[in-house]
Design a protein around this ligand. Sequence first.
Ligand code: TA6
Length: 293
Amino acid sequence: TKDWNGIDQVVLRNPKGASARISLHGGQVCSWRNDQGEELLFTSSKAIFKPAKAMRGGIPICFPQFGNCGTPEQHGFVKNKIWTIDENPPLYMADLDGASSFVDLLYRSSEEDLKCWPYSFELRLRVSLRYDGDLILRSRVRNINGKPFAFSFAYHTHLVVSDISEVRIEGLETLDFLDNLCHKERFTEQGDAITFESEVDRVYLNTPNAIAILDHERKRTYVIRKEGLPDVVVWNPWEKKSKAMVDFGDEEYKQMVCVNGAALERPIMLKPGEEWRGKMKLTVVPSSFSLDL
Ligand code: TA6
């Protein structure tokens, strides 16, 4: 199908009616719906659907860096580029772990990219929708350059919640985090679940491979399971920051939370020919289930 600018989108469906949509613009997952057709990924009602800028929502792929590292683009440039369908994905990705449908996307660095980041790479993304409705993103970065390079990576995951003040995040207790609201100063999280009463913008370090986001009102829990992504970014802009963003509604912060699987604190170094793999699996369960995190 075509998305907002006639740019191709791939729709994945499973036999129970769950679905996902991925845009070739940025390799961005724009939608993930459960088998009742409920949208689980947040998209701002004021999102700007104009190429060379990622729409505000879904799961932008942040590479080769996350945050403002002095390059022209915040969160890297691949989220603003047109990707292609990968006709011959690497054999090792044959492991489908219960996928009912999937798509392989590819972004190869261009001559133009070299001007803002002087390294050649191949970035592959497989998005799978499982029979049970789970969404899996697998990324693979290969250094096809003559010299080593280091990068950071994040799945900028915008989740829908019914009311941010009723959301708890479990799995990050007692961990250290860098607080983007205090010049990235390092703090230690207290001993119980994270809750939200104001803007939060933190990078939790050396996190466990499973994190739970409990949406109390809707009796729904998201579980994020990840590999190769040691850090977790937790972001809610709250009211003041929301008003300052042109592509974000004033009140929408109440219905979303960003919980990003990421590799940020220690950039990943790849020698020529080497590759890195990162994986994130999103699951949504009725909160009544006990979570063996
Ligand atoms: O997710 C954390 C964060 O880095 C915040 O600091 C905020 O900048 C957010 O990403 C939005 O970034 P974007 O480039 O999508 O406006």
